[in-house]
Write a protein that binds this ligand. Structure first.
Ligand SMILES: *Cc1c(COP(=O)(O)O)cnc(C)c1O
Length: 402
């Protein structure tokens, strides 16, 4: 049926990722609209009571309630699954709703999790504070040390959880190495792919079992809505994730799903251009600041690994100043074009001081262990002309003596 080709997997799985980003998952209504429709409905009506009963029993295909299914959200879920090369995906209200669900749905008291130390602040709160409250033990390892993952395994280890590149220090985890160790021990590997997005990196191709997302970042890409997603095997999504999310309800709204559907249509274009811009800005900044980390530069200690896993260096740069918080804040305050903002993946260039914002909730020793110093800044490069961003930095760096 032409009307539904976007949902016919026998057709869509042969499409290349950039085609899937534009068309994957599209399900047209009888009106034949070209742009995906927004189904703002909480419930669905049935032709007869027997139909309602059949649908609840799972004997009849169809939707019952928007906490469980929604046509607009389902289009986005199929699109993300196709982009990640996963059998299935489900969307959540935010990246953190996705991270919380993907961990709690598969862990219980007595279980053990191993997580990479460099992580989004709230992800570290989940592993260090929330899970232990439920008797789930966590071991934090240096994610870049593949042998450390294996050494941390206990008989009760159920999950490996990491991001790569990691927020904000841009540590790169060897996905093939770490995911193979997980698989050999019957452990589920969960990769947070928010920084790279499927346009640059598809963790399932490197052996990951489950990919979790903040779709707020690159996928929306224009700083509008919060959204999250979990992608994996049909079995994991249906039998492990869904029982948790259907009953706890961290679901994405149809409107926000639609915004992200529109965002993904330009994901490939944006992330490629933003990665080019980031490389140009990083090359300039490298000459002016004491230390800088960008996966696309040979000076990144894991540049070769990053380039094996990612098709470009990404949009985020970490810079380290010697003058501590005063100089870092001074640089932020001197910028005119680049906004002081803790979001990333926007079409606007944004910079933040992680120690006093995104990672301020962590203890100082935890921050130090992660490599977040008082002089560190995280820059998310946008779609502006990179020469304007470079000129803004040229002037602002001079203002703080660099
Ligand atoms: C932003 C982010 C999250 C959290 O996503 P929200 O959409 O803000 O809830 C999780 N992981 C990483 C790596 C992030 O950058």
């Amino acid at each position: 049926m032409k009307k539904h080709t976007g949902q016919d997997r026998s057709v869509t799985t042969t499409w290349r990722p950039t085609t899937q980003a534009v068309r994957g998952g599209t399900a047209r209504s009888d009106y034949g609209e070209t742009s995906e429709a927004i189904f703002l409905t909480s419930g669905y009506a049935y032709d007869c009571a027997a139909d309602a009963a059949a649908r609840f029993a799972g004997d009849q295909v169809g939707m019952t309630y928007s906490r469980l299914q929604n046509p607009t959200v389902e289009m986005l879920e199929q699109r993300i699954a196709l982009l990640e090369g996963a059998e299935s995906a489900r969307c959540m209200a935010s990246g953190m709703a996705a991270m919380t669900a993907v961990l709690l749905c598969q862990l219980q008291t007595g279980d053990h999790l191993v997580a990479g130390k460099a992580a989004f602040g709230s992800c570290r709160w989940l592993t260090d504070t929330l899970l232990p409250k439920f008797g789930i033990a966590t071991t934090i390892v240096d994610g870049t040390d593949t042998a450390a993952w294996e050494a941390a395994i206990r008989p009760e280890t159920k999950v490996f959880f990491f991001e790569t590149p990691a927020n904000p220090t841009l540590d790169i985890v060897d996905m093939r190495g770490v995911c193979d160790i997980a698989r050999a021990h019957g452990i589920t590997s969960v990769v947070d792919n928010a920084f790279a997005s499927p346009a640059l990196q598809r963790p399932i191709e490197f052996g990951a079992d489950v990919v979790a997302h903040s779709a707020t970042k690159m996928m929306d890409g224009q700083g509008r809505v919060l959204a999250g997603a979990v992608a994996g095997s049909e079995d994991f999504i249906l039998n492990t994730l869904l029982p948790f999310t259907r009953n706890t309800g961290p679901v994405l709204s149809a409107f926000n799903a639609w915004v992200v559907l529109k965002g993904i249509e330009t994901l490939d274009l944006r992330i490629r251009r933003q990665s080019e811009n980031a490389l140009a800005v990083a090359r300039f900044l490298e000459q002016r600041v004491p230390r800088l980390l960008y996966p696309g530069l040979a000076s990144h200690p894991q540049h070769a690994l990053a380039m094996r896993q990612m098709s470009a260096g990404g949009t985020i740069i970490a810079l380290f100043l010697d003058g501590g918080r005063a100089q870092a804040h001074g640089l932020l305050d001197a910028l005119r074009l680049v906004d002081i903002s803790n979001n990333i993946g926007d079409s606007r260039s944004l910079m933040t001081h992680p120690a006093s914002t995104t990672h301020s909730g962590l203890a100082e020793d935890v921050r130090a262990d992660m490599g977040i110093t008082e002089g560190m800044l995280r820059l998310s490069v946008g779609l502006e002309d990179p020469d304007d961003v470079i000129e803004d930095f040229d002037r602002a760096l001079a203002a703080v003596g660099l």
